[in-house]
Write a protein that binds this ligand. Structure first.
Ligand code: ZN
Length: 174
């Protein structure tokens, strides 16, 4: 296992669309190593999600942390995800990104979605994600299409450094 370098905003690789995995590719040892490296990298950086393009791999693979009670989370390994919005109603969440270090921004996204994907055994899965989990899914899947959360901030007044976010805006959230 090895920790990988997380690319930062400005790197053109973060702006390209990723390609699908084949079932055979998901089952290779190379892909298993890639997943382990991504988990190690994400945990070292204290992220709650990481997409393969963030370490320069232009393939549709993302780690998605689903928050649980008492600060824990369940980590989903998601290949070739496809989103369907179940409820168009949006809510704002102050997002951060390992590729945009030191900043937070308020992004409005639908809060109830269905995601179809292949798991690490290449088995098809379907989950419904709501609230913050829906945000994490959409944020990570955006990375697979070259989109950063910064692109989705409607009002640039809602961009803050992390320190100022914690000081002035964190209490906006419940
Ligand atoms: Zn991100």
């Amino acid at each position: 296992m090895a920790r990988r370098e997380v690319l930062r905003m400005g790197n053109p690789l973060l702006r390209q669309a990723a390609s699908d995995f084949t079932v055979e590719e998901i089952k290779t040892n190379e892909t298993k190593e890639l997943i382990q490296d991504m988990i190690e990298t994400m945990e070292a950086e204290e992220g709650i999600g990481l997409a393969a393009p963030q370490i320069g791999i232009l393939k549709k693979l993302a780690l998605v942390g689903i928050p649980k009670e008492d600060d824990d989370y369940e980590l989903l390994i998601v290949f070739n995800p496809v989103i369907r919005v179940i409820d168009e109603t949006t809510a704002g969440c102050w997002e951060g990104c390992l590729s945009v270090p030191g900043l937070r921004g308020l992004v409005e996204r639908p809060q109830k979605i269905e995601v179809e994907y292949l798991d690490d055994q290449a088995e098809p899965q379907k989950v419904i994600a709501e609230g913050f989990a829906a945000t994490v899914f959409q944020h990570e899947i955006d990375h697979l299409y070259g989109t950063l959360y910064i692109d989705r901030i409607k009002d640039t007044k809602n961009i803050a450094f992390t320190e100022e976010f914690l000081k002035f805006h964190a209490s906006d959230e419940d």
